[in-house]
Design a binder for this molecule. Structure first.
Ligand code: SAM
Length: 448
């Protein structure tokens, strides 16, 4: 083990902060300890074998004893779990303690890539609720979309917008999560290389940007709506000072989350601080507010962009999808499944934002047939009559590498390729070979 050189300016700036203990803070950074944690997908219910213990503040989160190779675990690619830092899963408490999750909600995750918090939120809200998962950087938005597809729930719209674009949706959201871009000191233990990028100047720039983002998004939250703000920075300029700035700038009620004293979480000016020498997790800060101004949402005029499918197309789709509660729209020949109950919301968003994904991409219509999309395989909306072929471990890896499969089977045509019952994607079984439809850009490049 080596002594990790934390920036002196950072250590000095943390003096006097609640819960900061310089000696043990430095010690835990030099300990070499790494924590691995995952969150299971409650919609997929995998039989996850690894040695694990519960993360106390989240229902489906677990610490793993050792770090396995996620790349070579088919269940990882099937979307059965997400690898996520443990402290940040405290978002669940922010939801549970501020919001009635049995209600139909409109939730915005504003800074969402790569999707840890968005997939978590999807597991918390009801099926009738809407999640708008947004990321401003285009390449990161594409990764976000892939992770949303893998998680498999249809009640989400992925957007690629600047925070200020949301001003068009006045009073629309019940909950807005701002997991802000920050100076990142909270992740130094996990990623020591990031230390060289840290500077006091950058902390200042991040703090200003955080204020800008919050001011931009404020109109989109309805009166009495909940704002959840978080960072993975230790700096008070990005944490407590943002809390007090919000309180002076806007009409809000700050909400102090009740915290079990045994957990090692520090309450500091109403926010929750996670110090890595006090909790089993990395550095994290989270605070909640209730908006005390603005109005209820008044329905905006829908520009009506979605094109419904025809009855004939519906008959084709019914062979693939259990269509209860779903509406189908198409864009050229591409068909998307939308939750019926969210049809107006999805349509509205399509007219107001840069939507890059919505619902479940079902497939492409070609000459009276549907070519199913990978997203349909990852979802829970495919019909029970769709055939499923169970693959052994080595074949599952081959499939995920997009290699040629040889299976001894009488079946023909389109099937789901599955591992332990969980679909990995599509295959088409022809008389003389099997076509592998795993998406090229997702395939495993390494050899086992
Ligand atoms: N919530 C994500 C998760 O749990 O997986 C992590 C989000 S990360 C802390 C912050 C995100 O904000 C990054 O994806 C970054 O690209 C994005 N971002 C950067 N600048 C931004 C800006 N000016 N407005 C909004 N988001 C921004």
């Amino acid at each position: 083990f080596y002594a990790m050189q934390l920036p002196a300016a950072l250590l000095n700036s943390l003096q006097g902060l609640k819960g900061f203990d310089k000696e043990s803070f430095e010690e835990v950074h030099s300990s070499g300890q790494q924590i691995t944690s995952i969150r299971l997908n409650p919609f997929k219910k995998a039989d996850f074998q690894n040695q694990k213990s519960e993360i106390p503040w989240t229902e489906h989160g677990y610490y793993l004893e050792t770090r396995p190779s996620f790349t070579f675990d088919p269940l990882f690619h099937a979307g059965c779990y997400y690898v996520q830092e443990a402290s940040s899963m405290f978002l669940e408490q922010a939801f549970r303690k501020t919001t009635d999750l049995s209600k139909q909600l409109r939730v915005l995750d504003l800074c969402a890539a790569p999707g840890g918090k968005s997939t978590h939120i999807q597991s918390l809200i009801s099926k009738d609720s809407l999640l708008v998962s947004n990321e401003v950087i285009r390449s990161r938005a594409a990764v976000l979309k892939d992770n949303i597809v893998k998680w498999g729930s249809p009640n989400v719209v992925v957007t690629n917008n600047d925070p200020k674009d949301f001003a068009r949706l006045q009073n629309y959201f019940d909950v807005i999560v701002v997991d802000a871009p920050c100076s990142g000191s909270g992740l130094f233990r996990r990623d020591p290389a990031a230390i060289t990028e840290w500077s006091e100047n950058n902390v200042q720039l991040c703090s200003q940007r955080q204020q800008r983002i919050l001011a931009d998004i404020w109109p989109a939250l309805k009166n009495d709506g909940i704002l959840i703000y978080s960072t993975c920075s230790y700096s008070r300029q990005e944490d407590e000072e943002i809390v007090s700035w919000l309180k002076t700038e806007f009409s809000v009620a700050a909400i102090t989350l009740p915290v079990d004293p045994g957990l090692g979480i520090t309450i500091s000016d109403g926010g929750c601080r996670f110090w890595p020498d006090k909790v089993k997790g990395e550095g994290f800060f989270i605070a909640c507010f209730q908006k005390k101004e603005g109005d209820d949402y008044v329905a905006l005029k829908i520009k009506g962009k979605a094109e419904p499918i025809t009855n004939k197309e519906r008959t084709i789709i019914n062979n693939w999808v259990k269509s209860d509660g779903l509406s189908f729209v198409k864009h050229a020949e591409t068909v998307y499944a939308w939750p019926e109950i969210l049809y107006n919301d999805f349509n509205l968003l399509l007219g107001q934002l840069r939507v890059i994904y919505s619902g479940v991409l079902t497939g492409v219509l070609m000459r009276d047939k549907l070519v199913p999309d990978h997203a349909l395989a990852m979802s829970d909306i495919f019909s029970a009559s769709v055939g499923k072929i169970e693959l052994a471990y080595e074949d599952a890896i081959k499939y995920l590498q997009r290699k040629e499969l040889r299976l001894d089977t009488q079946f023909r045509g389109w099937h789901l390729a599955a591992f332990q019952g969980h679909p990995l994607g599509w295959i088409n079984i022809l008389p003389n070979r099997i076509n592998n439809y795993y998406p090229k850009e997702l395939r495993i490049l390494k050899e086992l």
